[in-house]
Design a protein around this ligand. Structure first.
Ligand code: NOJ
Length: 545
């Protein structure tokens, strides 16, 4: 199956390429840049939402699941994009947002109009409040973005929104909700979509009675909630929904896929989403959150492989997306502190050089692992987080809802630099860009890296070509034991050996592997003695002496 070892590239439409100069990326912009993805060497793209939306959460608040927001183009543009991608051999994964709609969705407007107890209200989670006059929220749940997870409507009832108030949660106990989403799946499958990334896949079903929850409010800040399951996340009832979706996809043959965005730990629990009759893949966020040291990396890789092996699914790997600080910045500072909170101008700043060096090493490590890998637009340029965005430019609802304490996710969503010397770095034909681009980004522009040996872009291209030639994605990993397990990670995948040096001293490959080696690819130059320096990954072929 194509997806078992695929490299899937995430396009964040508003920040990829702007065709009309309004400062927002759009679908025709993506179509015009598809050859970049072909040249890079990925198998598929996943498009974050482009549907009609008030954009309260950058399009993750959908008002119409079967159309395109004028900001991004038209339905015909979506058809054209899908056709153009297919013509180039690229598959297209769309983003499905089933946990909540926008408050501008006709269902929600109808629910407000129809009043308490109505069938319209039953599509959402409306409740009476607590307190003598219902003036208190129905329970103590907090929104992932901060503040209460409930908003009161004029007739006194409250509705649940695990995210922004503009994103009311749907009631998945209601059969009309289930029927509607199966129909939405078919709408896009009929138009040629190769699958769906399923937003908040762990949130659709809530524990009955909606009990109070006294532990940390959100799984998006990293869970150590392995023993007590929060009543709003990872309820067993979600799996029946994915079984029914799998049946729908199967009607279209074996090649269409479902990918779970589920912030669920431990890995065994996450693996339940990819049992044979459910989804095909789940993002491996435990991997994304693992510390940059040899034992942590080995541990998370081993656990991830074991958990998915147990259910017969391939593993996935991911280092960056539109919700977390880019790995080129995260790895240049204390990553646990900033992963979800974001970085603002008043925060300690990452070490850009160190971050990029480690990011390159992390990427080569990831792309040598068996399974499927996800890339986030711009990481192939080594793009860092924009960490000094002015407060007034920020648009992430988390910034406002955290009372301006968490800078949020805008820093990883800044439009891509294509050309060093063009307005908006070639993002569009004008100098407009919905988030300001840092003045230092010319050096990351694609045209400064294309064809330049050793550039991050060429490093990615070579890695993706070799990964395919060496069949790393479909291979099997076996660890190579060394005398320095705390400092060096080494494994074999087929005929290739991969070594990452996390330790302070350079490492001799021939001593480490007791063999002569031929270096196939490296995240940085080896030192004069041919040793692997700190924070460098190499791919080698071992030659018998
Ligand atoms: C996960 C998405 O990736 C994120 O961007 C969004 O804010 C939440 N789900 C809510 O839809």
């Amino acid at each position: 199956m194509w997806w078992c070892d695929a490299v899937i590239y995430q396009v964040y439409p508003r920040s990829f390429a702007d065709s009309d100069g309004d400062g927002y990326g759009d679908l025709p912009g993506i179509t015009a840049r598809l050859d970049h993805l072909v040249e890079l060497g990925v198998d598929a793209l996943w498009l974050s939402p482009f549907y009609p939306s008030p954009q309260a959460d950058a399009g993750y608040d959908v008002a119409d699941y079967r159309d395109v927001d004028p900001l991004f183009g038209t339905l015909a543009d979506a058809d054209e994009l899908i056709a153009a991608a297919k013509a180039r051999g690229l598959r297209v994964i769309l983003d499905l947002v089933p946990n909540h709609t926008s408050d501008a969705h006709p269902w929600f407007t109808a629910a407000l109009g129809a009043g308490p107890g109505s069938a319209e209200r039953d599509r959402y989670i409306f409740r009476d409040g607590r307190g003598s006059h219902g003036e208190l929220p129905p329970n103590n749940w907090q929104s992932v973005f901060g503040g209460p997870a409930w908003t009161q409507v004029p007739d006194g009832q409250w509705y649940l929104h695990l995210f922004d108030a503009g994103q009311p949660d749907l009631n998945w106990d209601n059969p009309s909700v289930r029927a509607e989403f199966e129909d939405i799946l078919r709408f896009w499958l009929d138009r040629g979509a190769d699958g769906f990334r399923v937003d908040v896949a762990h949130g659709l079903v809530k524990q009955a009675q909606l009990p109070d929850w006294h532990h940390p409010p959100t799984p998006l800040t990293g869970t150590d909630l392995t023993s007590v399951r929060p009543p709003m996340w990872d309820q067993d009832g979600v799996h029946e929904i994915y079984r029914s979706w799998r049946r729908v996809l199967s009607e279209y043959g074996p090649d269409r896929i479902l990918v779970a965005e589920a912030w669920v730990q431990p890995a065994e629990r996450l693996a339940q989403y990819v049992r044979p009759d459910e989804m095909h893949q789940a993002f491996n966020f435990e991997y994304l959150q693992a510390a940059w040291d040899a034992p942590s990396q080995r541990n998370v890789i081993t656990r991830s492989l074991a958990a998915t092996d147990a259910v017969g699914a391939p593993t996935t790997w991911v280092l960056s997306n539109h919700d977390v600080v880019r790995h080129a910045s995260r790895l240049g500072m204390d990553m646990e502190l900033v992963l979800h909170k974001g970085i603002g101008p008043r925060d300690p700043q990452p070490d850009e050089e160190l971050g990029l060096r480690r990011a390159r090493a992390a990427t080569l490590l990831m792309l040598a692992l068996p399974g499927s890998a996800y890339l986030y637009q711009g990481e192939e340029l080594g793009l860092p987080e924009h960490t000094t965005l002015p407060d007034e430019a920020r648009q992430d609802p988390g910034w406002r809802r955290s009372n301006y304490t968490a800078p949020g996710r805008d820093g990883c969503r800044v439009p891509i630099p294509w050309q060093a010397d063009a307005p908006s770095y070639g993002f569009g034909p004008s100098d407009r860009s919905w988030l300001p681009q840092p003045p230092t980004w010319a050096r990351y522009a694609l045209d400064r890296q294309r064809g330049v040996p050793g550039s991050t872009y060429e490093m990615y291209r070579t890695a993706l070509r070799l990964r395919r030639e060496l069949e790393l994605g479909s291979g099997t990993l076996s660890w190579v034991e060394t005398d320095v397990p705390d400092q060096v990670l080494a494994f074999r995948n087929g005929d290739t050996t991969v070594v990452t040096n996390f330790g302070p001293e350079p490492v001799s490959l021939s001593e480490l592997l007791s063999s002569e080696v031929k270096v196939l690819h490296a995240s940085a130059d080896l030192d004069d003695g041919g040793k692997v320096p700190t924070d460098v990954t190499v791919w080698v072929a071992t030659l018998t002496r």
